[in-house]
Design a protein around this ligand. Sequence first.
Ligand code: GLC
Length: 648
Amino acid sequence: MTILESPALPSHSDEALSVWRSQLNAAPQNRARVLVERIRKQESVLTDRLVKVYGQHPNVDALVQDLIQAAVQASLARAEDLWQLDLHRQAHPDWHQQGAVGYTAYVDQFAGNLQGITEKIDYLKSLGVTYLHLLPFFKAAEGPNDGGFAVAHFEEVAPTLGTQDDLLQLTQALRKAGISLCSDFVLNHVAQDHEWALKAKSGDLNYQNYFCLAKNTEEVAAWEKTLPQIFPDTAPGNFTFQPELNAWVWTTFYPYQWDLNYANPKVFLEVVSAMMRVANMGIEAFRLDSTGFLWKRIGTNSQNQPEVHCLLQALRALMEIACPGVLLKAEAIMPTQQLPPYFGLGESSGPECHLAYHSSLMAASWVALAEQDVSLLRSVMAQTPKVPQGSSWLSYVRCHDDIGWNVLKPDLEALGDITHERLIEASQFFAGLTAGSYARGAAFQTTHTRAVHGTNGMASALTGLESAQTPEELSLAIDRLLLLQGLSFFMGGLPLLYMGDELGLGNTTKEELGLRNGPDGRELHRPYWSEDKANQRHIAGSMASRIFSKIQQMAQLRKIHVAFKGNADVGLLANVHPQILGLQRNQDLIGLFNFSNQAIDLKFSDLGLGSIESIDSTSDSPTDLRLNSYQFMWINIASVASPVVLIH
Ligand code: GLC
């Protein structure tokens, strides 16, 4: 068995067709009617995309009917409240674009277990959160498991975090509070102790076909020639020898995470069916983990292949049948140039993901902070396309992963920096290796001091909160952190806060790091929640309260201001100042972000917005603006004659 050689499809399309037809006949009429309509709408795109991927197989029709059957079954099993939610959301496709604010956390670090998360709902509400992404909470591999991303069971809640009942209760409580729960769904791989991998190891050929196996070192070498490495230090290479199989299994990430073989249509059928069952637990959004890696092609980097997008569009079509109220979010940490297809703007155009991480914007904002120059940020913004109706960028400052610098390489190359010197310098700066650097992060996946790969550390450590010695230094650090959040909250359709950043929570302590499983450097920014720190948000003037209250204020503004409703069109204001990023959101809002440690005066008239007579800000002259060091401003220009500063 070689990679991408996949077994023939089953040839029972008539059987599946008659099964779902009779299921619909037996179903309540109102549901059956709606489902027939949804199938009618989605069937052709589903067939088209699957023919593009599996066209060489004789029985693609059978696959289509099997998938529709799975979708019908899942939809008929949907609880009444979720069914109603789907109907409502179908009628209001911009339901998730009403000033959304996201929050992401590990269940255990944030609240111990799922029940503990239920107790955190009031806190999340007070912060204005409408979307909660909990990092993997389904059963993970025994031992090291990549923070839960080595999934041993798609549908069983990790016993240390709770039960399925806890999950159901949590999703209901969150929904009542107006918060959608997002769950990871790891599409690319399963843990080596997942049932499929165990069966494959035991000699079951059917399950061996679920994985990408190379027979010998020559085959491995042929693939490796063009493959990058995700964890070059801790998990070099992309294949792991499995003595039981006498073959090399494709393991893009850690050796215990086995890549699935999507050239085998059964894999797609099983994965999608599992996802639809998980949706029925009340999950309202899926973070499609490592989406870019699903299709392998010799001679390429096996990322972002056209088949990935056909599969995602087929997945979207099936979700539109089974649970149209559920969002799909692409976790494709790729250069900006590769992202539009995740919104369905690629070769095969059509609905794909509702959300995608804007990792280049995130990384470029950190470069801008280190350089006190916004040129790279500006060029990333200039390449950021307008996304289709009903979809949005997810913006963020930090998350559970490192800040990956590689996504910026094409942008730098376009600016003539082919050695990526600026990234090397930024990574050194945030590792605290540059003279005068306030940052207390660490390089990721390299022991080389001139590292580019990634940077670890909590936002507070990277912006100088941990190293600040004086009140002035502390204020500057807070301003830096808020500047980045100000940009994320301004730019995104969904700004995502990483647990603790709203309080200035620091890096994981040294003692705690010593107790963690495995050598993964990302543990540096996976600290435990601190109740003490959270309580400080009530003490006026404290660091926690200064950060928390500003973020709260931004979340509020997103709820009330029209510019944050519906699809956003965020464009660059040309030539503002080399150290100030100027953005315009729809017709009525501009954002100015000063990345320098100096105050900068701007003439409002230079922004090219038309004639300005007065401005309600702190500046002396009505037509002038002063942005202090690391200050940002959101300005309502709905009435160009008298703009109003909303936040600064
Ligand atoms: C995603 C996750 C990351 C994980 C990887 C492999 O990129 O964010 O934490 O290591 O997938 O599952």
